[in-house]
Design a protein around this ligand. Structure first.
Ligand code: OGA
Ligand code: NI
Length: 341
């Protein structure tokens, strides 16, 4: 078992975590003057007044950035913080408690691992992670750990609440696209909900390492919580990286490949990566709304026409996942399999 959270506190970065210069953070330019839009969802009940403005904001942010933050979304800061804390407590448990969960078996409803499966080079990423199948809860809860205390209760509550937010945002997006508001509510979002909980311990020299490689998310949409202790997540914006600044109680929302494909590129799935920092451990929780494995995916008929022909082939979601794994999560690599021109 090889976990960053089990390493002794080092003064220097161990060799196997040091990336070659062309893959280090400083190899790319960071634009510090741009921030993601922050959208206030209050009053945005799907049938209430005020939602037109919210839809407009989401579509504008979605088209320009593919990424935005939401506040006043209906989940209390306490619920989010409890979830972040219990996850952090998991990583801080003694090695022998964690050992039995260490695996890379994707068929397991809960496992712990480190670095990433999407980079076959020798260098390891400064990151531990949990992969959790969360929903339907009854199907998976028995396979979740009982420690730390209340882990199952907190995870259940959090899953249900984030699921509501994801479906609310999907409805607003559907309306913004001029589709039926339940366009995404079927098989496109009825797969299992999965979580990726990322834990980045403080790193003696963040300039030599990476937390998470640049990638686009494979699913439909991601709702991410991050602690406020440190900045780490960066999104691509006009060929440069921008920091996704932590806002207490906010969620970061980004589109997965499937939303880009279904909207025929109107909404973009944008590359993002995570850096480490030298002072505090950073925890983030990505909740992924997935299509069912058998879901047929293609650009929405309503969004294509002679002047705007489909840019992607039809495919089954299961085959996308295979291609994503084969392309090691590389954006262009995976789209190569599905784009028409
Ligand atoms: C992810 C992800 C970013 C972060 O898990 O897919 O992009 O901030 N995480 O950890
Ligand atoms: Ni991601």
């Amino acid at each position: 078992m090889e976990l960053v959270s089990n390493l002794p506190v080092y003064q220097t970065v161990p060799e196997k975590y040091i990336f070659p210069p062309d893959k280090r953070p400083a190899n790319d330019i960071v634009n510090h003057s741009i921030n993601l839009p922050v959208i206030d969802l209050r009053g945005g009940g799907i049938d209430s007044d005020g939602q037109d403005e919210i839809i407009r904001d989401i579509m504008k942010a979605g088209k320009e950035f593919g990424f935005f933050q939401v506040i006043n979304h209906g989940i209390s800061t306490k619920t989010i913080d409890n979830m972040l804390q219990v996850c952090e407590n998991f990583f801080k448990m003694p090695a022998q408690e964690k050992e039995r969960y260490y695996s890379d078996d994707m068929s397991r409803a809960f496992f712990l691992n480190s670095s990433t499966q999407y980079d076959k080079s020798q260098t390891r990423y400064w990151r531990d992670y949990l992969r959790i199948a969360c929903y339907p809860i009854e199907e998976f809860v028995d396979q979740w750990p009982e420690k730390p205390e209340n882990f199952r209760e907190i995870l259940s509550e959090y899953t249900l609440r984030v699921r509501e937010i994801a479906s609310k945002i999907l409805k607003l997006i559907a309306e913004g696209l001029g589709l039926h508001k339940d366009y995404f509510a079927g098989d496109l979002s009825k797969g299992n909900i999965k979580m990726e909980v990322n834990f980045y311990p403080p790193c003696p020299d963040p300039s030599l390492t990476m937390g998470l490689l640049p990638h686009c998310d494979r699913q439909l949409i991601t709702v991410l919580a991050q602690g406020t202790a440190a900045t780490g997540l960066q999104a691509k914006y006009k060929q440069k990286w921008i920091n996704v600044k932590p806002i207490p109680g906010a969620f970061v929302v980004n589109f997965g490949h499937q939303l880009e494909i279904v909207t025929n590129g109107i909404l973009k799935s944008v590359e993002h990566r995570a850096l480490t920092n030298s002072t505090v451990a950073r925890t983030s929780i990505a909740t992924m709304t997935m299509p069912t494995m058998d879901c047929l995916i293609a650009p929405a008929k309503e969004l294509v026409n002679e002047n705007n022909p489909p840019m992607y082939k039809e495919f089954i979601f299961r085959d996308f996942i295979k291609a994503y794994d084969a392309a090691l999560a590389n954006r262009e690599g995976v789209l190569e399999f599905f784009k028409l021109y």
